[in-house]
Design a protein around this ligand. Structure first.
Ligand SMILES: NC(=O)c1ccc[n+]([C@@H]2O[C@H](COP(=O)([O-])OP(=O)(O)OC[C@H]3O[C@@H](n4cnc5c(N)ncnc54)[C@H](OP(=O)(O)O)[C@@H]3O)[C@@H](O)[C@H]2O)c1
Length: 247
């Protein structure tokens, strides 16, 4: 597929590498310009472009930028082909993104994104740590293959996002509609806890919406405290903290 990726950070650069390696035609943009995109990312076959052109002539646009930037994207998205599918990876962390009143009041994050950019999205790759995404993908059929939830409101968006998730080395799990996608937000049992196809559906079903912000902030507090104490946390440590805090 022809894929544009907006954001070349931890998640966007990994997606660019993996999707280009899987045979897709990938172009990627950040906020500072194509000359600042890492050479090793481009070695995968992806092309670096300006943000203004990353939306042009693509079948899929993946947005992998801080949630706080989403409200500024509407003019860019206006140049996206009408039938292109948008897949968003973002999560809301008020300490990082600033407080968003609607999200504080419980609006589902992906529905807020839809309002900001004026286009439907599929929600995918938001519930996997960048380190997990980078190194723990395995071929289809591997019994310990990890799974990623995908939420969307149309069959086309869901099927496309699920197929691309599979191309990045993970089983895709249909997590339902965008209205249900709070089940894969920070603080939920399915969020960045490295579950397989066997266990992810039950984790999605076990989520309790009212508990998410408190559990999200608790995990962040644990991470900050351990980092301040001089501990160097790796991705396995983060997954262990999430598993202990989100269930
Ligand atoms: N890190 C994780 O483990 C993880 C896991 C799942 C989901 N997520 C979510 O995925 C999103 C991206 O996370 P990340 O960790 O990859 O972030 P990151 O490493 O901070 O990278 C953010 C990227 O967005 C780009 N960007 C920012 N503003 C932009 C703009 N106006 N136009 C174009 N590009 C812009 C940045 O470009 P410049 O550097 O040029 O500014 C950078 O390439 C976030 O919403 C995050 O919550 C992260």
């Amino acid at each position: 597929m022809r894929i544009g990726i907006l954001g070349a950070g931890s998640i966007g650069s990994t997606l660019a590498r993996k999707l280009a390696a899987a045979g897709h035609e990938v172009k990627v943009a950040n906020s500072r310009g194509p000359e600042t995109i890492e050479a090793d990312l481009l070695a995968s076959g992806a092309t670096a472009v300006e943000a203004s052109t990353v939306v042009q002539d693509v079948e899929v646009l993946i947005t992998s930028i801080p949630l706080s930037v989403m409200p500024a994207l509407e003019p860019l998205i206006a140049n996206l082909p009408a039938d292109a599918i948008v897949i968003d990876t973002s999560n809301y962390y008020p300490a990082r993104d600033g407080q968003v009143q609607a999200l504080e009041e419980g609006q589902v994050e992906s529905l807020w994104i839809v309002e900001q950019i004026g286009r439907p999205v599929a929600k995918a790759w938001n519930a996997i740590l960048s380190g997990t995404l980078e190194i723990k993908g395995t071929p289809a059929g591997d019994p310990v293959r990890l799974a990623i939830p995908v939420a969307a409101d149309t069959d086309t968006a869901r099927e496309t996002a699920m197929a691309l998730v599979e191309d990045t080395g993970f089983d895709a799990v249909d997590a339902g509609s965008l209205a249900d996608s709070w089940r894969q937000q920070p603080g939920a049992p399915a969020y960045c806890t490295e579950l397989t196809l066997q266990h992810l559906p039950a984790a999605l079903a076990a989520a309790e919406k009212d508990l998410l912000p408190e559990r999200r902030d608790k995990a962040m507090a644990i991470i900050s405290k351990r980092a301040e104490a001089g501990e160097s946390l790796n991705f396995d440590d983060l997954v262990a903290i999430n598993r202990a805090t989100y269930t």
